[in-house]
Design a protein around this ligand. Structure first.
Ligand code: 13P
Length: 294
């Protein structure tokens, strides 16, 4: 089916208390493993792209690959831009056919983050696509952004309320709740109580960043608490590399490249399938598609 905007599928997920997986794609093979992994489980899916990856491949190639993949399956697929602080990049993604974008103004003073996020909100509302916006500071490395562990800041509750009041039709809201990008060095301290306070008064699906390395129990608790979009990037990148390295170690003399691509595909897809099962979105494609059409 054609690419769908992200908001309605996340509203369905929020109501049904399951999580839609959002994987950061790397190349065509990775996008294919994400879309086909989800299609095999009849699950809605978000293919998200880091700015660095967009700049590596170009806007049109990525939009074309993901659009083609989506049109070949019977599940709702959204194409989303991950953490982006550059409004020009956002505009180019919208023009190329992205169905959702994230504006990340979390490094800005609060008032400026609100003003810039609102500017992007207007753009996305006009284009009929979804917007994700963040407040607080999610720790770790994502794309070219690094937030040291001691610099990570939980979202301020009053700011969350004020921020979302300005943008009531946000597709998904990303408050920093103690999770971090990359592999966790210690036990993550997830602020479940803050998540609960936010979802008690804000009726917008929540994004869970920093999915790599969380336990099944942590995923389930966050999803039950209102997280409807669950981000996985680092683990997917590792599967991409491991898929190649494993076959290289097994067959050092192999000269044909296609088996390496197939091995990467299988490694990435196995993880996609595993995460979708964990997040409870298997079999939810129809409900999500109806939400998207509403
Ligand atoms: P991980 O790299 O920890 O999986 O986090 C992904 C993410 O939140 C992308 O925005």
């Amino acid at each position: 089916m054609p690419l769908v905007p992200m908001g309605p599928m996340l509203k369905q997920a929020q109501a049904g208390r399951y999580g839609v997986a959002a994987f950061n794609m790397i190349d065509y093979n990775s996008a294919r493993s994400i879309v086909e992994g989800a299609a095999g489980l009849d699950a809605p899916i978000i293919v998200q792209v880091s700015v660095k990856t967009v700049k590596h491949w170009g806007y049109e190639p990525i939009a074309t690959w993901v659009r083609m993949l989506a049109e070949g399956v019977d599940i709702p697929v959204a194409l989303h831009l991950d953490h982006c602080s550059d409004i020009e990049v956002i505009k180019r993604c919208i023009d190329a056919g992205w169905t959702a974008v994230m504006f990340d103004g979390s490094a800005l003073p609060f008032a400026e983050n609100v003003a810039k996020s609102r500017e992007v909100y207007e753009l996305t509302q006009r284009a009929g696509i979804g917007l994700e916006a963040e407040i607080g500071a999610i720790g770790g490395v994502e794309d070219d952004k690094f937030v040291a562990e001691d610099a990570a800041i939980l979202a301020n509750f009053d700011e969350c309320v004020a921020f979302c009041r300005e943008m009531p039709k946000l597709a998904v809201f990303a408050p920093a709740i103690g999770t971090a990008h990359g592999f966790y060095k210690g036990e993550p301290k997830i602020a479940y109580e803050l998540l609960g306070r936010i979802t008690a008064v804000i009726d917008i699906p929540i994004a869970l960043h920093g999915g790599t390395g969380l336990t099944e129990q942590q995923f389930h608790r966050c999803i039950a608490g209102g997280c409807a979009k669950v981000n996985i990037s680092t683990m997917h990148k590792h599967r991409f590399i491991e898929g190649f390295v494993k076959l290289r170690a097994e067959k050092p003399k192999l000269e044909e490249p296609l088996p390496f691509i197939a091995s990467q595909y299988e490694a990435m897809k196995a993880d996609v399938v595993d995460m979708i099962r964990t997040f409870g979105s298997a079999g939810k494609a129809r409900a999500a598609a109806q939400g998207a059409a509403a």
